[in-house]
Design a protein around this ligand. Sequence first.
Ligand SMILES: Nc1ncnc2c1ncn2[C@@H]1O[C@H](COP(=O)(O)OP(=O)(O)OP(=O)(O)O)[C@@H](O)[C@H]1O
Length: 584
Amino acid sequence: MDARDLFRRLSAGAKFDTNRFKNDAVKFQLAPKQPSTISLSNSTLNTDSTSAQKNHQQENGFDNNPCEENEGYPTEDNIVDPRAEIKALRRERRKKTKTPKEVAALKKEEISRKRKAHKIHVQGSDIPTPVETFEELAQQFSIKEELIKNIQTRGYEVPTPIQMQAIPLMLKKREILACAPTGSGKTAAFLVPIIHCLGAPQKKGFRAVIVSPTRELANQTHRECVKLTEGIGLRCHVIDNVGKATQKFGPKSSQRFDILITTPNRLVFLLSQEPPAISLKNVEWLIVDESDKLFEEGRQGFRDQLGAIYRACDSNQIRRAFFSATFAFDVQEWCKLNLDNVVMLTVGQKNSASEKVEQQLIFAGSEGGKLMAFRNLIVEGLNPPVLVFVQTKERAKELYTELVYDGINVDVIHAERSQLQRDNVVKSFRSGQIWVLICTELMGRGIDFKGVNLVVNYDFPPSAISYIHRIGRTGRAGRPGKAITFFTESDGVYLRKIATVMRNSGCEVPEYMLQMKKTSKSDAKKMAKKIPTRKSISTEPLPDKIKRKKRERIIANVRKSKQNGQQGPSAKRRKIMTSNVKNN
Ligand SMILES: Nc1ncnc2c1ncn2[C@@H]1O[C@H](COP(=O)(O)OP(=O)(O)OP(=O)(O)O)[C@@H](O)[C@H]1O
């Protein structure tokens, strides 16, 4: 055994850096001698480059393990460490076949990558993977072809983030509290799983109930539901008129419907009849849309109403889901307490405005300044449709009276207008006949007017939540939008909150607004409920105003008596009234 053999045996399994210990390597014939001169002739370069490459590879190979077989070196005496070989084999095998633990870890990683990419946050156990395409959804849950077709007909190519996670959760019959930005497709996120879960019509009466805060929103959800159930046979119903509904929902007639969409007031009224005018005993899904609005404390707290609805849905199969664009701690607490193994699902940052809306604050100085600022916008060129928010119906009427002669197609919607008028206004705005629609908080939530280009907060919103919903009427379904908010000195107390919302959604706001004094939570709550006093919008001279008001009162009274089915005033009285109106 010579020195080289001895070295090889002693160094079996150990690493030997041939670069660092080049001289020793050469001495023990572990590396070839370096050529003393480098020939630069072409032929030498070519042949030598391959051998140099080989040498390099050999060096590297040897570097890693001196016992590996290396071409060009003596191999017959190589001593192979069997343990190292087994280890290498195992390593190789492990690379090919993954243990169940590794598979689970990889899947987990993939799921969290998907959630992160779509800003989906979940809290709860055993949450299904988000689905990124409707095809994936159809395959995984065997969704009916008709339903997928209806989704495609609506023009929905891929699910929105809230749909990616909420639909699989609800298809797995999980109870959820979901929060996602305005215009992000929450309606389809609950309608698609409900329609799938109900399957075919069963003539068992209502099996799903959707509660919406306003009649307008209930009607809109009903329209979407009708479109998504086409060809499936399920029948959806929206309670339009309580009187009619009481007649309609005789024990037999209500059997025809599968899905009910309603405001809480109407449903509670029907339930409170003796005997109840509606049965919810077969309800499998109860959806509360705009849940934080419905939880706001009012004269008739929704909590009580929800309690009544909840008790009436007494099937042991009942599942509940709460949806909203804004998050309220109270709702979360209620859900944690009352729902079964609830999953909290949030898309994006909680209580933030849609990133698709470009937001701007305009200091208008005074109430008069606001009217001038709005007229300026008209002069600069408004891009209809435009939605203008004011704080009360009186102010809505005043602004309408001011703008009606400005040569723009303007109309107004508020709670004092009849249902028919409200429906007609909404229709005209949707069809483009009305360019500028003046409205109150009534239209702040949920309403989906396609393509609203601009939202103007003529009156400063009373809270950050109200601001988020109001400006969320534009920038929907991925389209861009713009929101302008007028403010005067008296709005200073609210400014900081709105500026913070703006900054959080990526808009530039002056630093001084963010540095303004913080309002306490209790003060903010009080402020949200209290309507600030503002100087009238009207520029009408007082005598004219008094006459107009008188005229309006008379017309309203006539309308009211007609609506109540009264015979109306006698012929003599009618004559006096009409002459009054004419004289005025
Ligand atoms: N997957 C989708 N792809 C494209 N558009 C969609 C998709 N899902 C829904 N939409 C459209 O997005 C718009 C907004 O949807 P939707 O009214 O359900 O929003 P939302 O999240 O309920 O908003 P808000 O909080 O204001 O009530 C609608 O016009 C709807 O048709």
